[in-house]
Design a protein around this ligand. Sequence first.
Ligand code: NAX
Length: 329
Amino acid sequence: MSKSPMRVAVTGAAGNIGYALLFRIAAGDLLGPDQPVIIHLVDLPVAMDACNGVVMELQDGAFPLLHGTKVSSDLDEGFGDVDIALLVGARPRGPGMLRSDLLRGNGPIFTAQGQAIDANANEDVRVLVVGNPCNTNALIAKSHVKRTNPLNYTAMTRLDQNRAMAQLAVKSGVPVAEIANVGIWGNHSPTMFPNYFDATIGGKPATEVIGDDAWFASEFTKTVQTRGKAIINARGKSSAASAASAAIDHINSWMTGNVTGDFVSMAVPSDGSYGVPEGLIFSFPCAIPEPGKYEIVKGIELNDVSKAAIAKTTEELVSEREAVSDLLG
Ligand code: NAX
């Protein structure tokens, strides 16, 4: 018997990432090749025509798994009965804008969206925040939750993990499938820590295979931390298809248990592991013990370099939380 459709909301559906994301969801990449979907395209009133145009294209894709679409700028309607909410829409960072301006500008969006999801989505809805600053935006949304599960409010660092895996593959001249155990720790910002000490290449420690400690400490770390900016400089636009692909990976791993590499990086509510303050939305290496569930991987040994890097990104997230304290429910 065929499965009943799952509802997936995408905010910022008329934007760049939205455009790269929607067709992959319709093709079955998000929830699997036998899972029908109904996609809710949510955006601002001004973007409704554009969303309707994308719906025409989705129809013209004749995707067998696409059982329907809904276009809305009303959050209650947009999040009605959804199983998955991908919160992509946010104000972009303009010239001269500080991270703190972005926090204050985008924070209220996630108050309203957290409340609307909590009131209208399915009780076990899974939420992924992509719109930046994504960790703290997810924290704001989660803080307004009364009915849905706060542990299901997550933010995206899978793009950072994918970027780190790609750098290791290029450096060592092997396909990316040989790379495992690259965990991103902390904030999706230049303070993130791509932990290469546990990474493996073809099952062997990456540090041994590459044999160049200085490269890891400087070039590798910096490339991963600042890749988003490098793409803007080269392309004149921010990452879109790779960001959409990482969002697909995040939800696909979580919901189907499909994990490449031994663990996956997800920014999730901290349970106090590794000394990270409880409740902060912090990227940890996670395992998927069964479809629909994630667990923070415990028992990873941290050396002094890792501990210092994790302390720095924790400090940034704590100060972001302080900056939006009035927006927290
Ligand atoms: P675009 O500017 O192309 O699109 C944004 C869309 O969001 C627009 O259609 C806009 O109308 C809509 N929007 C704005 N406010 C909204 C609201 N309150 N409710 C619903 N829709 C709203 O940006 P795009 O390139 O798609 O990037 C979207 C977000 O992803 C940005 O915040 C960006 O910083 C963030 N990113 C996050 C990444 C991550 O790894 N976490 C990486 C890629 C990307 O930079």
